[in-house]
Design a protein around this ligand. Structure first.
Ligand SMILES: [Zn+2]
Length: 60
């Protein structure tokens, strides 16, 4: 299961209708609205998604 990096909803890669590739990584979205938001500022959302992915391993 992938996560929509804009609204944090779970998105199934198999059935996702909206996706975008940024720096070699595929991102999936619940809607065209979220995809457009991502493409307006991919750096911001890609960074947030990565943080959440590895978040449980980090303590500071
Ligand atoms: Zn969304």
């Amino acid at each position: 299961m992938a996560m929509d990096p804009v609204c944090y909803v779970d998105v199934d890669e198999e059935t996702a209708r909206f996706s975008s590739t940024y720096r070699g990584t595929d991102y999936y979205f619940c809607s065209d609205f979220c995809r457009k938001k991502f493409e307006e500022n991919p750096e911001k959302y890609a960074r947030l998604a990565t943080k959440i992915d590895i978040g449980t391993d980090i303590s500071c």
